[in-house]
Design a protein around this ligand. Structure first.
Ligand code: CMP
Length: 138
């Protein structure tokens, strides 16, 4: 739907104990949690999820990183969800992320950048369906 986005709290932020703080910031910024789970991607999962990046020089590193530990996957609902969530998380590179954004606070590098946010309504639907069955969405 137009008003949903998909996010992952990535392995770095999970390892560093930031699940609670990040979910708190998401909720207090007006997003409703539609679906939520702790899960771990296999190599095949990550290669499929990030297939659009498979020619990039960082693809191997990205797959390695995203599979090294559990992630929190979630579907979020809010008016203008995709754009507003990307504003909330900040730039891909935490050094360029605005003050107060999730990546500014919790990311360590351009690769290990704490959170994912879908870049379009179409990808939000694809990515949400990749991780959740219909009966897991509320
Ligand atoms: P995200 O935008 O969520 O999805 C693509 C990911 O690729 C991105 O987050 C980073 O984790 C990773 N990525 C993007 N650019 C680089 C880079 N230059 N080096 C390493 N990883 C990158």
């Amino acid at each position: 739907a137009e008003n949903r986005t998909f996010t992952m709290i990535k392995p770095d932020a999970v390892e560093n104990g930031h699940i609670g703080a990040i979910l708190e910031q998401i909720n207090s910024s007006g997003f409703r949690i539609v679906a939520l789970k702790l899960t771990q991607m296999t190599k095949a999962d990550a290669e499929q999820f990030y297939a659009v990046h498979n020619e990039r020089p960082f693809f191997g590193e990205l797959v390695e990183f995203m599979t090294r530990g559990p992630i929190v996957a979630a579907i979020l609902e809010k008016e203008n969800a995709v754009e507003d969530f990307r504003t909330l998380i900040g730039a891909t590179n935490p050094e360029e992320a605005a003050e107060g954004t999730i990546r500014k606070k919790y990311a360590t590098s351009i690769g290990e950048n704490a959170v994912h946010g879908s870049d379009s309504n179409e990808n939000a639907a694809i990515e949400g369906a990749f991780h959740f069955a219909g009966r897991e969405m509320f």
